[in-house]
Design a protein around this ligand. Sequence first.
Ligand SMILES: [Zn+2]
Length: 198
Amino acid sequence: MFLIDRELAADAQAGGCPTCGGRLHSARYPRKPRGGPEDLGPAYDWRLSFCCDHEGCRRRTTPPSVRYLGRRVYLGAVVVLVTAMRAGITPVRAQRLYVVLGVNVRTLKRWRSWWRTSFVTTAFWRAVQGRFMPPVMVDTLPASLRDRFGGPDDRAALLRLLRFLCPLSTTSVRLEASLAMASQDPQRMRLVSPPPRS
Ligand SMILES: [Zn+2]
């Protein structure tokens, strides 16, 4: 996933400062994701980010990320995996997740409700939900969304989903640009129909 983030960051840097067009210098910042295994490595200690070198602008640009989902500090993958559990939160499963990830039942429940209440009100979701036919069931999010990207044991499908969710991870990149980027994924174009004409 770090490789995808580097690729997204390179795209953002090549585009220059969105405000003034100035050159972008690396200004990554420490951001240790919680909810991941202990041995993720030093690459996971930093969120990639850039700073404009133009005097009087100096704006920060933070490219989208598949590792961090929004302001939430948990790894995007963990958020998706854990909340996509179809069978719900059984005590045994919750205990195992607590041991492996240090995530308790209350947090799990918060994640699930985040998908069903907050996620569905984001500008991102409002912009893209019409592309899914039939519509994605809100009651079973995020599993219902994940299913549109491939089978339950398909690692590549998870990455496609995380890429798709990328625009949620930053406010620096304009939503339309991110959506255009996402729609270049040929695999996804097979799964997602174009927005209905109104
Ligand atoms: Zn600038």
